[in-house]
Ligand binder design. Structure first.
Ligand SMILES: *Cc1c(COP(=O)(O)O)cnc(C)c1O
Length: 472
């Protein structure tokens, strides 16, 4: 399996090379040159596998420059019940006759990003050791992505994490989760500013190419294809658990922000997994819902991005969306490049002429929800089943209910546990979700962080002290 760029300019590259890079040199995103196809006989064999075994089978289709026995070891090290609070890793939970939740939030930070990030941490360590090199992850977080990255990379050899977060602006739980990590390779830099200030500092340092090279800076952002492919696994897992025979199709609703999670579903479907419909759910920030409704893609700026009660979906420029457009354009990199040039020029592009293909060819439907919908949905699900869902999953359940089809089971991806969003849960049902037993001591642990001014120079100086420079 080799990787090419969505804009056509990358010479086919191995997995380990794209693993440590961000954008392709032509500004596009890496994609497999051809997707493996899975037939129904193979699916039946896979029904008997554990999650780690299934992950080994699927990941080794995409990673041809690492021996399968090593991929197996990495999957076993990742997908076990020491890392995930469930023997099954991804449990399915029925909330009523119509809808089943796919439990993607049993990892250490209680959200679906752990599913891919935990694997990423292990494969980073493996590839860095093979290449006898090191990497320093520099990132900004408003809470969730940063903690998933830190829990994935804590204690890993060859990697340090420098995570900027806005001082005084995270919830008690988020602070306890991130700052309680005592690993030497984890650095929490708490910046006196807002999230955008943190992000600006990261950009300023990452754009200084000489500095970036000298200090081996990297990122673990959502465009990393290793994250996407690790997410493909749970679509297969969910289908295998929700069906009895190969002829059965299911639909899956996915709460969406950066189009990363649902892109993995698209890839699973293109590989031949019997998914009838992929239903994309957004909150008030509905750029993607608008695209699937109209064919027009018009990203919005920060000032037009609402702050909502499903904050991890407050995104108005979906960084993985280009990968879907690449498939829509029949993998023609020149056409994708032209569309993104047009986007840079005019602020939008119009694919309404392709709209008739979205559902028949790719299974895509979409819908949107708002704060009141989330409250109503959390309450209705709780009263019916006793299950408390988080606000992002509620966006999914609301849109799923509008897209049910007779005889087709509907799954909704549970992207976080409610505990992380206790205020909204309290508003919806009057009670706060309890802290799971295995985390009962978290809030009491000592916290480790370095407070800094909103100043690039201070962060730069901190990196210079803590990273051994590469002077070659
Ligand atoms: C990141 C995140 C999402 C959105 O996932 P994308 O891959 O960006 O579409 C949804 N819900 C939660 C809880 C998240 O953390």
């Amino acid at each position: 399996m080799k990787y090419v760029s969505t804009r056509g300019g990358l010479t086919p590259t191995e997995f380990s090379d794209i693993l440590l890079e961000g954008l392709a040199p032509d500004g596009g995103l890496s994609m497999p040159s051809i997707l493996p196809r899975i037939d129904s006989a193979t699916l039946e064999v896979w029904r008997r596998l554990s999650y780690a075994e299934l992950a080994t089978e699927i990941l080794s289709l995409f990673i041809s420059d690492i021996p399968k026995s090593d991929i197996r070891a990495l999957c076993e090290k990742t997908y076990n019940s020491a890392n995930f609070n469930s023997e099954e890793i991804v449990p399915l939970k029925k909330i009523n006759d119509k809808i089943t939740l796919v439990g993607l939030s049993e990892g250490p930070t209680l959200a679906f990003k752990d599913m891919a990030m935990q694997f990423l941490g292990n494969i980073f360590e493996y590839v860095l050791a093979k290449r006898n090199t090191s990497l320093n992850i520099l990132g900004a977080t408003s809470g969730d992505t940063g903690s998933a990255a830190e829990y994935a990379l804590r204690g890993k050899k060859g990697v340090q994490v420098f995570m900027l977060s806005p001082y005084g602006r995270m919830s008690d739980f988020q602070r306890a989760q991130m700052f309680s990590l005592a690993d030497q390779n984890i650095h929490n830099l708490s910046v006196k500013g807002v999230f955008d200030d943190c992000q600006d500092i990261v950009k300023a340092l990452a754009n200084d190419l000489a500095f970036k090279e000298k200090y081996h800076l990297g990122a673990v952002n959502s465009i990393n294809f290793a994250r996407i492919v690790a997410q493909v696994v749970y679509y297969f897992w969910a289908w295998l658990r929700a069906t009895k025979d190969g002829a059965q199709r299911i639909s899956i609703t996915v709460p969406t922000g950066n189009f990363g999670n649902i892109l993995a579903g698209h890839i699973a479907r293109q590989m031949g997994l019997p998914i009838k419909r992929l239903v994309l759910a957004t909150n008030e920030n509905n750029v993607l819902e608008e695209f699937f409704r109209t064919g027009i893609y018009r990203p919005r700026g920060a000032e037009q991005t609402y702050k909502t009660s499903s904050p991890s979906m407050d995104i108005s420029k979906a960084s993985n969306f280009e990968r879907f457009v690449y498939d829509l354009m029949h993998q023609d990199g020149a056409k994708v490049k032209a569309l993104w040039d047009e986007l840079a020029d005019k602020g939008y592009f119009d694919l309404s002429e392709e709209k008739h293909r979205f559902e028949p060819e790719f299974g895509f439907l979409s819908g949107t929800s708002n704060h009141q919908d989330r409250l109503n949905t959390i309450k209705a699900v709780y009263e019916e089943s006793g299950i408390i869902i988080d606000p992002h999953t509620a966006d999914g359940v609301k849109v799923a209910l509008e897209n049910l089809h007779e005889g087709v089971p509907m799954l909704v991806l549970e992207t976080a546990l409610p505990l992380k969003f206790a205020d909204t849960i309290k508003e919806a049902i009057g009670v706060e979700p309890a802290l799971p037993e295995h985390l009962s001591e978290l809030m009491e642990l000592p916290q480790h962080l370095t407070v800094m001014d909103n100043d690039v120079a201070q962060v730069r100086a901190y990196l210079q002290v803590h990273i051994q420079a590469d002077d070659k």
